[in-house]
Design a protein around this ligand. Structure first.
Ligand code: NCD
Length: 309
């Protein structure tokens, strides 16, 4: 694997399991595996967890980082430079480029002009493959398995890129069942539904109000994945009735887990943070180690000998 643009690239379950195994090992002892390598982060949209966990992962593995946050204002993009030209130049400075951009497809365009691996850290309403990898890694750590689980994905499934990548990755898991809960205007895109249906994953959509959401929770999903309404992308849709708080948590079985890619707004109340099923802060921490494993796979010893895909 050279670039990481879409979760659809991950077609081998063993490869994903292996990445998680490495993440488990790195959190115990990392060492200086990436000494002398340099990571570039180029972010044209706000980020806290994604950019800083990639940078911290690189530093913890002994590598170095150069960073352009607010690249829309503080890189030559402000002078009208194309993402293709920027990627081409930066790829002569660094060994790997992590890119976040507001346009869908931007990471693929950058990759086509980059001499080094490009990792898509979110391209508009497209995908966010490393978030999906860390989401599944969290499920494995919390529940001890990835197969035979029932998921409820709740919120803005249309513009939320994390759920698109997550659904693509779930195609690798056996005996998974998906319930997609959103307002009608924020339903999962058809192309994502077509993909998962072709993988044979049973999937049904719910567009009802608060009582329908509660019915979904009361049915006892193993994983509840909440998302923020992406106000920066679509037209504002009133979704406050989907607030997840103590009453909703009480509907879930004791063995379930609640995830959220963060940041949250009103859809997830802080009153449930202390519940052991609320795993979203552990999820954010897991991102550091999963991303470290990914950097190691792309840049570590032996990685340069693999043929690019
Ligand atoms: C997500 C993103 O940027 O898509 N954030 C993240 O990387 N954890 C989710 C979001 O912004 O809602």
């Amino acid at each position: 694997m050279k670039h990481v643009i879409s979760a659809k690239q991950f077609t081998d379950r063993d490869q994903v399991d292996g990445l998680m195994d490495v993440a488990d090992r790195l959190r115990v002892s990392g060492g200086d595996r990436l000494r002398g390598r340099v990571l570039g982060t180029l972010f044209y949209e706000p980020s806290t967890r994604t950019r800083l966990s990639f940078e911290a992962a690189m530093l913890r593995l002994g590598g170095g980082v150069v960073s352009a946050a607010s690249a829309e204002d503080w890189s030559s993009a402000a002078k009208g430079e194309s993402i293709e030209d920027t990627a081409r130049v930066l790829s002569s400075y660094v060994d790997c480029l992590v890119l976040r951009h507001p346009e869908r497809g931007a990471a693929a365009r950058a990759a086509s002009h980059s001499a080094v691996p490009v990792i898509n850290a979110g391209d508009g309403d497209g995908e966010h493959p490393t978030q999906a990898l860390l989401d599944l890694y969290t499920v494995r750590r919390e529940l001890g398995r990835l197969d035979g689980l029932r998921y409820a994905l709740v919120g803005d499934l249309r513009y939320g890129r994390t759920v698109h990548s997550l659904v693509y990755l779930l195609g690798l898991c056996k005996d998974v069942h998906l319930t997609l809960v959103s307002p009608y205007e924020l339903a999962m895109p058809q192309e994502v539904l077509n993909f998962i249906t072709a993988q044979g994953v049973p999937c049904h959509q719910v567009h009802g109000g608060v009582s329908a959401v509660r019915d979904v929770l009361a049915a006892g999903p193993d994983v509840v994945y909440l998302t923020r309404t992406q106000l920066e992308r679509g037209k504002a849709v009133e979704d406050d009735h989907r607030r997840f708080g103590r009453e909703e948590m009480d509907l879930l079985p004791p063995t379930s887990v609640v995830l959220h890619p963060l940041p949250r707004r009103g859809e997830l109340a802080a009153e449930v943070d202390g519940d052991c099923r609320a795993a979203y802060f552990r999820q954010a921490e897991n991102g550091l180690w999963l991303r470290a494993a990914l950097l190691d796979a792309l840049l570590g010893r032996g990685a340069c000998c693999e043929s690019p895909s």
